[in-house]
Write a protein that binds this ligand. Structure first.
Ligand code: NAP
Length: 451
């Protein structure tokens, strides 16, 4: 027995910090998982001796590359691109591509690490990966975005494949960008294959992929409320973000009888005391996604609303909260404010939107709190279903897919209960998700030996 493998949590985290200097987001994500996994592994010698967590916290590979493109004025621009392939123990690498100026290797490593557990929770055969670039799509022309996507894929294509690594969209990458990247992949390889998900319906995409992350997060929230004998009827919801995840979460809250009070973007948040109904959500979708506008313009269209510049919406009293914008957008004080104002449940639509302090506040208050790796897994789940449809060369019906999404979210909720039920009516969803996701990947890794 390798006694030296039995390091304690602080020593393990010291090693992670030392090996990943200047990567705070990655260290934060590993810490959040390790806190639960160390407790779970206490009496499981094999996971220790085989260094399973240490191996999952070391990506299989990180590919970094230059992306050169020409802007509309003929200037040569140079960006950095990455693909992080974290772990493929249970299936091909799978995870989105993010285009945002805040993208760094640390951000993508944290996302790929989280994705590994999330994908395992869906029950589908998908490993964990993530990619992206520090390219800022804001203010770029459509032609510039096309040229950038083509240049990005001109390098990425060598590292991906339908049975190797299947990227999707994320912040700054929607259907249009997936189209440009898929077109370039097909052109270079002369191969029409399910190498990306989030594709258009005419060329291999799946129904409900666009809606799946936001809808799934609300299904998960409804599952959590049901453990207390409650539902969303008449509940007020505070949501951050105004992109794909936020607008579809808002839509499903409204469909299930709730009232959405806020949406936001990087400029601030809008508060509409009358509620953001379907008509207003459609306005936001058109304004933000198609016209690339700002959320502050909402108040001109709907004058009863107010815009608060430079702030997040967590001070607005609500029954439920859904952070759906980006990482570390809900801090410890925000969590305390939500609880003081009577918030009963938080379901993360974004990845790691709550910082470690905030996570500890929610856990200590014992509210219903779902980490993104559980509650936002609906998107990648339907991506997994898109892969299956591509392999079969057929398309499933919308009703079938809606039911599959609901069933998958209910299944993830059940897995969280299996490992997170603390007794006395309290479910630690963070612990449940971490352990259920870890166990599946870890057991596959044990079967492969030391590779
Ligand atoms: P999106 O459509 O690009 O929308 C992102 C939204 O977040 C926009 O409203 C954006 O505001 C806001 N935002 C981005 N960076 C911000 C920052 N630094 N500060 C404040 N606001 C910021 O992206 P999305 O697909 O909805 O993704 C949102 C989150 O969900 C991300 O954490 C993503 O990883 C996660 N997620 C997405 C999926 C999916 O299927 N799309 C699946 C699982 C998880 P601006 O317009 O001002 O930039």
């Amino acid at each position: 027995m390798a006694v030296s493998d039995h390091v304690d949590l602080p020593t393990f985290m010291e090693g992670v910090k030392k090996r990943n200097p200047y990567q705070p987001e990655f260290v934060q994500a590993v810490q959040e998982v390790a806190e639960d996994i160390f407790e779970f592994m206490q009496d499981k010698e094999e996971y220790h001796s085989q260094q399973i967590l240490r191996r999952i916290a070391e990506p299989d590979r990180v590919v970094s590359f230059r992306v050169c493109w020409e802007d509309d004025n003929g200037n040569i621009r140079v960006q950095r691109g990455w693909r992080v392939q974290n772990n493929n123990a249970i299936g091909p690498y799978k995870g989105g591509i993010r285009f945002h100026p805040s993208v760094t290797e640390s951000v993508l490593k944290f996302l790929a690490f989280e994705q590994t557990f999330k994908n395992a929770l869906t029950g589908l055969p998908m490993g964990g990966g993530k990619g992206g670039s520090n390219f800022n799509p804001k203010g770029k022309s459509v032609r510039e975005i096309m040229r950038f996507c083509q240049s990005f894929m001109t390098e990425l294509y060598r590292h991906i494949g339908a049975d190797i690594d299947v990227p999707a969209g994320d912040i700054g990458v929607g259907g249009r960008e997936i189209g440009y990247m898929f077109g370039q992949y097909k052109r270079i390889t002369n191969n029409f294959t399910g190498v990306l998900t989030g594709k258009g319906l005419e060329w291999g995409g799946s129904l409900i992929r666009t809606e799946a992350t936001g809808y799934g997060a609300v299904y998960f929230l409804a599952n959590m409320l049901a453990t207390k004998g409650e539902d969303l009827t008449g509940k007020t919801a505070v949501i951050s973000g105004s992109g794909n995840v936020a607008t579809h979460a808002a839509e499903k809250i409204v469909q299930l009888g709730g009232k959405v009070l806020t949406l936001s973007d990087s400029g601030g948040y809008i508060h509409d005391p009358d509620g953001i109904d379907q008509e207003k959500i459609d306005w936001v979708k058109t304004h933000k996604t198609h016209r690339r506008g700002r959320i502050e313009d909402y108040v001109a269209a709907f004058p009863k609303a107010t815009f608060v510049a430079g702030k997040t919406p967590w001070g607005v009293p609500c029954d439920v909260a859904l952070p759906c914008a980006t990482q570390n957008e809900l801090l410890g004080d925000d969590a305390r404010a939500l609880i003081a104002n009577g918030c009963k449940a938080v379901a993360e639509g974004a990845n790691m939107p709550t910082d470690l302090d905030g996570v500890h506040v929610f856990k200590a208050a014992k509210i219903l709190y779902a980490p993104g790796k559980a509650s936002n897994a609906g998107g990648v789940a339907v991506s997994g279903l898109e892969m299956s449809q591509n392999s079969e060369r057929r398309s499933w019906k919308e009703e079938e897919l809606q039911q599959m999404l609901k069933d998958i979210m209910a299944g993830i909720h059940k897995s969280c209960l299996a490992y997170g039920d603390q007794g006395g009516g309290y479910i630690d969803y963070v612990k449940g998700a971490n352990i259920a996701g870890f166990k599946k990947v870890a057991d596959a890794m044990l079967a492969f030996g030391v590779v």
